[in-house]
Ligand binder design. Structure first.
Ligand SMILES: [Zn+2]
Length: 167
């Protein structure tokens, strides 16, 4: 979705070639209309026995597929606040005290990028809430790779497993 008018001077945007990319820009003031990137967060949550908690989505896109709990960052949140909120909203549990960065991943949908944090959940049991059909921990050998939805879920799990390859 490309805007027609410049957000700075309201001039009509035109296609321009900039550093090898064709982009829309303003011939009057030089503003370049870069595409919007939407930032999401997701949580790679591990139980103390080393299983990974996945959520079966009750919403489109990806209805019926497994993903990590996550969602978009609100404008007034830090990424860590967003992932803590999503863990609470989707699993009904408090987020782990310690959350470390797993990585930053591109999604299949253009402009969507997901920041993935990892942490260990201790004694609390995740619940099935409105946004999910099921929530459960999976042993690494049982991860339903063909039923995962977001690229961030697949790629972050892959990275996490490679880093923990000692077992
Ligand atoms: Zn302009």
């Amino acid at each position: 979705m490309t805007p027609k008018y410049c957000a700075n001077c309201q001039g009509r945007l035109r296609k321009m070639s900039l550093a090898g990319h064709v982009r829309f820009g303003c011939p009057q003031c030089g503003l370049v209309a870069y595409g919007m990137v939407r930032l999401g967060v997701a949580a790679l949550l591990c139980t103390r026995s080393g299983d990974i908690v996945l959520v079966k989505r009750a919403l489109q896109p990806g209805f019926g597929h497994w993903t990590m709990p996550g969602g978009y960052i609100e404008e007034d949140e830090t990424p860590r606040q967003a992932v803590r909120r999503e863990i609470h909203e989707e699993l009904g549990i408090a987020a782990p005290q310690e959350l470390s960065l797993t990585g930053v991943y591109r999604e299949a949908s253009p402009g969507a990028v997901t920041i993935v944090y990892q942490g260990v959940i201790t004694d609390e049991r995740p619940h099935v809430l409105v946004e999910s059909l099921n929530v459960r921990p999976f042993a690494i050998s049982q991860i339903p790779w063909s039923e995962l939805y977001f690229l961030s879920t697949r790629d972050a799990l892959h990275d996490w497993i490679c880093r923990h390859a000692s077992y």
